[in-house]
Design a protein around this ligand. Structure first.
Ligand SMILES: NC(=O)c1ccc[n+]([C@@H]2O[C@H](COP(=O)([O-])OP(=O)(O)OC[C@H]3O[C@@H](n4cnc5c(N)ncnc54)[C@H](OP(=O)(O)O)[C@@H]3O)[C@@H](O)[C@H]2O)c1
Length: 306
């Protein structure tokens, strides 16, 4: 990999579902000095070659000290860090510490899409973007839109495919386009983005392994699992109502899933990145939908035999 103008990179959430793949990609590139920032009371574990700094996120001075000298902060924080608006705290501390570049914990559909930005749990991401734009003269940013996590979302059913039970929920007949990226590809994309500030600073960058319809994915799932799948159908309008119902009942996990499906599987949905992706410009290789489906079926079969 070529040398970089941004060598000192600190990663937040480096043991998370996504963060561990970003950490692997950063550590594999010898042009970076990589540090992981983690909660003082975190039980997360990290590879032995990662430099780890623990902080109390309630202590701004402690965070500032940890960030001083860093060129780039990459946030892959998740879970309750979202409702606690950790990115806002870290952006403020980064500005004060003189960090050059902040990559917030976006990694989802396009948060600028009207249907996605109006969902009740996107507020923290939008506030982080607003704060970054307000401080653009003091710190650069890059917003990374990845669409659905393809491997993660096939394995846990989040995207509507239940691989072990050969069943699918098709939204709006499964005819609209969504984009998805596997976790290792996101890790590689983050590295490529830091290597190419001339293409990525103060921009939203769209990354995707595959842009596809549910119908296309279903045909591949049936091919690799060797059987017909059971199909349930729902409109994205009804999925939106379901999201609201689940939230009203306090079932936030199901609500988030229904809301996100309503925003991505509608026509010209929030992760329809056709014609917008930067994979080629950044030299980030893609995994085909066929490969992602084949591997998801193989993982499901391996799980069933354990
Ligand atoms: N596109 C998709 O399909 C998709 C799917 C899932 C997630 N996402 C997005 O990906 C990003 C990362 O999500 P993830 O699921 O990988 O996250 P995660 O595994 O739930 O958490 C990542 C890390 O965040 C830190 N963290 C958790 N709670 C915290 C708190 N209260 N305060 C401070 N730090 C906290 C922890 O790091 P330490 O233990 O080291 O402190 C944790 O390992 C988020 O922006 C999320 O919205 C997208």
């Amino acid at each position: 990999m070529s040398s970089t103008t941004h060598k000192n990179v600190i990663l937040v959430g480096g043991a998370g579902d996504l963060g561990k793949y970003i950490l692997t990609a950063l550590l594999a590139d010898s042009s970076f000095n990589v540090t992981v920032l983690t909660r003082i009371d975190s039980k997360s574990t990290f590879p032995s070659n990662a430099k780890v700094v623990k902080v109390d996120y309630k202590d701004k001075n402690e965070i500032k000290k940890a960030l001083t000298g860093q060129d780039v902060v990459v946030s892959a924080a998740g879970g309750s860090a979202m409702s606690e608006k950790l990115d806002l705290t870290l952006i403020e501390a980064s500005v004060e510490a003189g960090v050059k570049w902040y990559i917030p914990s976006e990694f989802t559909a396009d948060t600028n899409h009207p249907r996605f930005s109006s969902l009740p749990f996107i507020g923290a991401k939008l506030e982080a973007i607003e704060l970054l734009k307000k401080n653009q003269s003091r710190i650069a940013h890059t917003l990374i839109s990845t669409g659905g996590f393809l491997d993660w979302g096939f394995d846990n059913g989040f995207l509507g495919f239940d691989v072990s039970n050969h069943a699918v929920t098709l939204y709006d007949e499964g005819k609209n386009y969504i984009s998805g990226t596997t976790l290792p590809s996101i890790g590689k994309a983050v590295v490529a983005i830091i290597h190419h500030p001339e293409l990525t600073l103060n921009k939203r960058i769209y990354i995707a392994d595959a842009v596809f319809t549910q119908q296309q994915a279903l045909a591949l799932f049936e091919k690799y699992s060797g059987t017909k799948w059971t199909v349930k159908r729902i409109t994205t309008e009804d999925a939106l109502k379901q999201g609201a119902d689940y939230f009203a009942k306090g079932d936030i996990m199901k609500g988030v899933q229904a809301y996100i499906m309503s925003a991505i599987y509608c026509q010209q949905g929030a992760s329809d990145f056709r014609g917008k992706t930067s994979n080629d410009a950044l030299g980030v290789k893609t995994v085909s939908l066929e490969q992602a489906v084949k591997e998801a079926v193989e993982r499901s079969k391996a799980d069933a035999t354990h």
